[in-house]
Design a protein around this ligand. Structure first.
Ligand code: PBG
Length: 324
């Protein structure tokens, strides 16, 4: 490679047309999944996530129709139940909020959009932890059968992709086996494989009313300091039968997205989580950041790091800007 003055990198930046031709990374509708919250009440805004709502089932259907029109390939659904108990039994109620919403969505839209169902107990347990407790600790092995029950209820109701976010050991293998032995071998498993105990989930916990009532999630979600451990988690979920591996949150873990992309042949998803969304929204509301440019740069960074799929609350806005 020759150096200056023969080499002048600015030549390839001189106009928008040449920049278009040499652009290496673009985020399109094919990359995005929109997270959506649903409950059995009127639609209400989520104060810490401007522009995001807890939808009634009827309004959820309208929102999804709009997302299909914008070209979004998938949504991930989070339910907010009316009742909670020690073991989160409302989560596998076949007439609960998520199965009800899934059935309506499947009947209405058939295969026009992929229905991803987040599988976890924290929205459904009175203590807000992601599993059953024993002696004040989340009991891994007692939680696995609960997660498989939830997964089967969601698969039965029409979920195309089951996405466990609980971080119990062995849950991918347990859920894969349960799906396969109950006639759901074609359903996809997207594992929240590398999920840190992160402060960036703060707004989500307000949205889903799922904050732990005591302690924290550090005995099951990962320590954000560790990258070798992250690759171990990815490897285990691959062995247990995951189809897609997720890294979460996205922006503080671009290195892990890159490493997972390099070391594994499965598609890699990245979750641009609630706190990442709210930071941009807050700065935009103050007039400190340009929303469209900041969101575009953020999504490009996540894709450039190696994500094939980005779960983001910005999906609808981003595609609205793209389609303009
Ligand atoms: C449920 C779950 C959480 C998120 C996705 N699934 C919260 C948590 O683990 O505390 C976070 C999503 C976000 O912050 O946008 N376990």
């Amino acid at each position: 490679m020759s150096s200056y003055p023969v080499s002048r990198p600015r030549r390839l930046r001189a106009s928008e047309n040449i920049r278009r031709l040499v652009r290496e990374t673009q985020v399109t509708q094919d990359d995005l999944i929109q997270p959506l919250f649903v409950h059995a009440h009127e639609t209400s805004p989520i104060p810490s996530m401007p522009g995001v709502f807890r939808f009634s089932v009827d309004n959820l259907l309208k929102e999804v129709e709009e997302l299909i029109r914008l070209g979004v390939p998938g949504i991930i659904l989070f339910g907010i139940p009316d009742t909670k108990d020690e073991i989160g039994s409302e989560a596998w109620n076949v007439d609960g909020i998520v199965p009800t919403a899934l059935r309506r969505l499947k009947t209405t839209f058939s295969d026009q959009i992929l229905l991803v169902a987040d599988v976890c107990l924290c929205e459904y347990t009175s203590h807000g932890h992601c599993g059953a407790l024993r002696d004040g600790c989340v009991d891994n092995d007692a939680t696995l059968p609960l997660l498989t029950r939830i997964s089967l209820a969601y698969a039965e109701a029409g979920a195309d992709i089951i996405a466990p976010s609980d971080m119990m050991d062995g849950r991918i293998g347990a859920i894969r086996k349960a799906l396969d032995t109950n006639g759901f071998s074609s359903r996809i498993l997207m594992s929240y494989a590398i999920k840190h105990a992160s402060a960036f989930y703060g707004p989500f916990r307000e949205a889903a009313d799922s904050a732990p009532q005591f302690g924290d999630r550090k005995s099951y979600q990962m320590d954000s300091s560790n990258s070798r451990e992250a690759m171990k988690e990815a490897e285990l979920d691959l062995q247990e039968g995951a189809d897609i591996l997720m890294v979460k949150p996205a922006l503080p873990n671009l290195d892990l997205i890159y490493q997972a992309r390099q070391s594994c042949h499965l598609p890699i998803a990245a979750y641009n989580v609630s706190g990442e969304y709210s930071m941009i929204k807050a700065a935009v509301a103050n007039g400190w950041l340009d929303e469209e440019k900041t969101v575009t740069e953020t999504l490009i960074a996540i894709k450039r790091a190696g994500a094939d799929i980005i779960l983001t609350y910005h999906a609808k806005d981003y595609l609205t800007w793209m389609n303009r």
